[in-house]
Design a binder for this molecule. Structure first.
Ligand SMILES: Nc1ncnc2c1ncn2[C@@H]1O[C@H](COP(=O)(O)OP(=O)(O)OP(=O)(O)O)[C@@H](O)[C@H]1O
Ligand SMILES: [Mg+2]
Length: 386
């Protein structure tokens, strides 16, 4: 088998619109995002999900029809100010290439301003730190700041002009999903004025944790919450089903003459726990390890996965009770009460059962999905090794 071909087929990168034949499931989520882009008059929305579950892929699939779509991937996310600058830069770069003269000219003007501004800031920062010679106090007070007010004003004007010219715009902003809840809130709050203009819909990819907090805020369980003031709605990307992960792999491996036997792929699916990135990652690892083989069957696949789990999880330290609990639920799936009962029936004390379960869930060794608990695919292999 040509090694290069298999590795290429399993490459982990967000799917583009032209690669839709590889896209599995997600019709509902994509259709919801299409609808809200087209029909909501304005507002900020979130696309939440764990890392690697497919947020960027889904953002790429949005079809806003005649509504002008501006796609942005944040790179400089050090703080609120760098995000503002990054946003302004990327939007103006995007709009400096459009046909509409009014927008193109304004975008170019903003682009030049921001390039000069950043050059000045960099130069001055360098100058100051050279004079300051490591005197932190001096450096702090003298450090030039981003011209935040001007940047906000320019962002507002650029978006407003685009709305006037295009009628409606959709901003799709990726990569805010790597930040903490507080940082996300600060950023969204600081951009409220610019992003909540009439005839403009913004969709952010947001961290997994935001979803839970958002639901609580909406239902007013969370006194201090204020997410619902900023975010109108959140679309959550759940993990994929095992059969969808299998389908994803089959589509990627089409034309590889069954080099991966079906029962080998089942092992990969179990490892992935519904996460497409994990599936592609482990499949590539297995392929690398077995390139000289004529094919990979269940046994070869299992051996490689075990080797990788040993390598990656070998240093994981578990207490005897945690090990016992994990072994108990190797072939278990059930509610919280049922799993606690399972632990207690095997001699684990009630309070210990609770704390052990919490610990194993927070470390991802036991998964909780829609109220049902089960061991993760990775942990299942790990316990078979100890
Ligand atoms: N529905 C899908 N069908 C087929 N492949 C998918 C699907 N969703 C995601 N993938 C694949 O899974 C991998 C991860 O997807 P993607 O990069 O979109 O995830 P993400 O949530 O944006 O990750 P990150 O948190 O790192 O930004 C990619 O290789 C992508 O091609
Ligand atoms: Mg992404």
């Amino acid at each position: 088998m040509e090694a290069e071909k298999i590795i290429k087929a399993l490459a982990d990168k967000p799917l583009q619109k032209k690669e839709q034949n590889y896209l599995v499931d997600r019709e509902n989520e994509i259709s919801k995002l299409n609808m809200l882009t087209r029909y909501h008059p304005f507002g900020i929305f979130g696309l939440c999900g764990e890392t690697g579950v497919g947020k960027t892929t889904i953002l790429n699939m949005i079809d806003s029809e005649e509504i002008k779509k501006i796609r942005i991937s944040l790179i400089h996310r050090e703080n609120k100010e760098s995000i503002l600058y990054d946003l302004l830069y990327t939007i103006s770069l995007n709009l400096s290439r459009v046909e509409n003269h009014a927008i193109k000219n304004l975008a170019k003007e903003v682009l030049n301003w921001i390039i000069e501004e950043v050059a000045v800031i960099k130069g001055a920062t360098l100058g100051v730190s050279m004079i300051a010679k490591g005197d932190a106090k001096y450096e702090k007070t003298q450090l030039p700041r981003f011209n935040v007010f001007a940047a906000h004003e320019k962002l507002h004007r650029l978006l407003k002009t685009s709305i006037e010219e295009y009628g409606k715009i959709a901003l799709l902003i990726d990569e805010l999903d790597k930040e903490s809840k507080q940082d996300v809130l600060n950023v969204l709050d600081s951009l409220k004025f610019e992003l909540q203009q009439e005839s403009m819909v913004t969709i952010f990819s947001l961290p997994y944790s935001i979803y839970r907090e958002y639901k609580q805020d909406r239902m007013k369980w969370n006194e201090s919450g204020n997410l619902e003031n900023i975010i109108k709605d959140v679309i959550f990307l759940y993990e994929m089903s095992d059969s969808d992960i299998l389908e994803l792999l089959l589509r990627r491996l089409e034309g590889m003459n069954g080099w991966f036997k079906k029962n080998a792929l089942v092992q990969i699916v179990s490892f992935a726990d519904g996460n497409p990135r994990d599936a592609l990652w482990i499949a590539q690892k297995v392929a690398f390890e077995n390139l000289s083989e004529k094919y990979v069957d269940e046994s070869k696949c299992k051996t490689t996965i075990k080797k990788i789990v040993r390598e990656y999880m070998g240093s994981l330290i578990l207490t005897e009770i945690q090990k016992k609990a994990l072994k108990l639920c190797t072939d278990f799936i059930g509610s919280k009460e049922e799993i606690l009962e399972l632990f207690q029936n095997s001699g684990i004390k009630r309070t210990t059962a609770y704390s052990t379960l919490d610990r194993l869930v927070s470390s991802g060794l036991i998964l909780e999905r829609e109220g049902m608990y089960r061991i993760s695919g990775k942990a299942k292999i790990f316990v078979s090794l100890i």
